[in-house]
Design a protein. Sequence first.
Length: 456
Amino acid sequence: MRATAPAPGRISSAVGWTLALTQFLLILDTAVLNVAVPHIADGVGLSQAEQGWVINAFVVPFAGLLLAAGYAADRIGRRKVLATGLSVLAVGAALGVVAVNGPMIIVSRAVQGVGGALAGAAAMSVVFALFTGPDRGKVLALFATMAGVGGVAGTIVGGTATELLGWRSLFALNVVAAVLLLVAVKRTVPQDGPREVGTTAHRQRRSGSIAMTIALAAAAYAVTAMTDHSWRSPHVLIGSAVAIGAVIAFVAAEWGAPRPVIPRQVWRNPALLSALALAGTGQFVITPIFLLVSIYAQQAMGYSPAAAGLVLLPMSLLIVAIAPTLPRLIQMFGVHTLMLAGFVAATAGALWLTMLHPDADYLTSVLGPTLLVGLGVPTIAITTNLAAAAAAETATAAIEPGLTAGLLTTAQQFGAAMGLAALPAIAASSSGYDTAFLTAASVAAIAAMLAALRAL
């Protein structure tokens, strides 16, 4: 069934909910696996240092392809790219159902990451294209709420299903969810016509996207390899060299290109660059905390998968409760003031987690700090999204919605990928979990200071 353009009064109820459910699926896709990572690793033979790649294999192609996906959404059609992404996501999850070894799991997650990039960038592009002013804030708040709901569902379903049905059932769940959402997209999201792009521009953007993905993957591998190898080992040196080479290739592809992947007006927009940097920094801090707390609860505190899932439930419920109130609070106090508050909360929560130990009391050592982090999750996400969108629209040369969405989600996923590579690697090393959480707190504190400068 083809959806026509919705009536103005029905946009938020039909399109908004479908787009927010796309965000729900992308969060669910990772949240259900956070609890199951140790069991997946045991089932397919992944080492402790390699466990993070169950998540990172999704995040790396996700981050690397978001700009190209946002561009494709603007040029080919947002609805078409969204539907394609959900289809690829379902195929990747189906591969995970039948995976029998580590490489198959990694490939499954990478395919899901490609689909997630297409779906995530297209969904955000539709939001930026159809909604403005207070309506955009409401839809972004709905996004954050659905992210929290996805976290709730993921933590509960992930732990329970792993215990009762095994970790393969989690991949099967993602297949079903992606197919159902694909049907909803076909019924509710309006068609938009394609816009032609020359072959040369396609090649330039494809080369830039490939170089970006290689750089991100190589950098993540080099950081992860430091857990088991010296920084002078071939693993670290070759990974670093490949990452640097890919960055040089990206710059070369961009230099002088008539239509670069990242347009020149982006580099001349300090407000946008600041918002993107803060969005990425927020994800560097927050995303690994979900994984680290879940793994620590099982491996050090003796929690079962279901119990470990419930550890993060209060935080997820808090996200759901807080997100709808943020648009009103932003109107009262301003975007950058709320952004500062979000980073302060994340800093305090991560710092509190440095006191976590195997015999720690749940209420004082786990619940308290995770609730503080939960306060920061939707606050940072919504405020950085709004700041980036406002900076892009008020620029001398306006930046297209798909590109803005691609830049924003690329920054967020780049931060998440680096955080998932660095912090679990620190936790798995002799430095331990307290150093990993201290690193997260330090980075969040620096971001809080930058946000304070923007708020002044």
